[in-house]
Design a protein around this ligand. Structure first.
Ligand code: GLU
Length: 309
């Protein structure tokens, strides 16, 4: 695995002429200000090594990647009963689709589309004030990344609070169908802050290691979830982690992954390592354009696809 750094370096060099491809998310004003010409990638392997390239030490808004950590927390709280409120099927619709939610009577297709993630935030909020639930998530992410310096970007959270009209609609829909227990403002307060988690590729790769290592972070030795739960979260990431681009991502990359509109992707190579990539320009379905290309190159060069090398 000593040539892993060389593989990262070659991917970076080959993508340099393409930096800026895709379109930065602009429906959250604070994200529209991000320089699109950035690219970082980091790999944390189960032997505890972290390798990186490019802008891997620059914090970015992890946005929907936070849904993986929130799902882990919610499953820890309520276990399998979570699935009474959220499905486990790919949605085949946009990340913020309203139509499907109405047709399916307030039960979101999966925990990684916005509606599903909002329901998951509602579960984590139970028994807490919103501030405490946000604190719980931040402590959890710092714990799995083994890094106390991780923060939430309040400007991003505020920006989304002021413009998150579709998410407000989704939450109201679910509340009307009895699938939210708490006031919409409280649930969205948690959701917008979780999306505003600010992390570097290096931190994110380390934070995802428990999913690559049967639920235990091999660097700290902390047991985060059971091997079975890690396997199941990976299965959901593979089938639902890229919205209606999930099939395409599985086809090209072949790894469980979760994208965010900040341009980040967390991918998991089970038994091998956790990979974070960041390039702010998005493709049409809201996933990092060059991030996905970089992961495709990595999977091709390492043979890490879960479907075989
Ligand atoms: N905060 C974003 C939203 O709710 C997350 C979407 C994403 O990262 O895909 O619109």
């Amino acid at each position: 695995m000593s040539d892993l750094q060389a593989i990262l370096d070659s991917i970076h060099t080959e993508l340099l002429p393409r930096l800026g491809e895709g379109k930065v998310a602009d429906y959250i004003p604070e994200l529209a200000k991000v320089d699109p010409n950035q690219f970082g990638m980091a790999i944390a392997t189960v032997d505890g090594n972290v390798r990186s390239v490019g802008d891997a030490d620059i914090p970015f808004s992890i946005q929907s990647i936070s849904k993986v950590f929130m799902l882990t927390l919610a499953l820890g709280k309520v276990g399998e009963s979570l699935w009474k409120r959220v499905g486990r099927e790919p949605s085949g619709t946009a990340f913020n689709s309203i139509v499907q939610l109405e047709r399916e009577e307030g039960i979101p297709r999966n925990p990684f589309i916005n509606a599903g993630a909002i329901a998951v935030s509602d579960i984590v909020l139970s028994g807490h004030a919103p501030r405490e639930a946000i604190g719980e998530l931040l402590r959890f992410v710092r714990y799995v990344a083994d890094d106390e310096s991780i923060t939430i970007d309040d400007k991003v959270a505020r920006s989304e609070t002021q413009t998150g009209f579709r998410n407000i609609a989704l939450a109201n829909f679910m509340r009307a169908y009895g699938n939210l227990d708490h006031p919409v403002e409280h649930v969205l307060g948690v959701y917008f802050h979780q999306c505003a988690l600010s992390m570097t590729c290096e931190q994110l790769a380390k934070a995802g290691l428990y999913l690559a290592a049967r639920g235990t972070n091999p660097i700290t030795g902390h047991s985060v979830v059971s091997p079975k739960r890690a396997r199941r979260i990976n299965a959901l990431m593979l089938t639902c982690g890229h919205y209606d681009g999930s099939g395409d991502f599985a086809y090209h990359v072949g790894l469980p992954g979760k994208s965010g509109v900040g341009g980040g992707i967390l991918a998991v190579a089970p038994g091998i390592g956790s990979i974070a990539v960041w390039s702010p320009g998005l493709n049409k379905v809201g996933n990092s354009q060059l991030g996905a290309v970089a992961l495709e190159m990595l999977a091709a060069r390492t043979g890490w696809s879960v479907f075989g090398d």
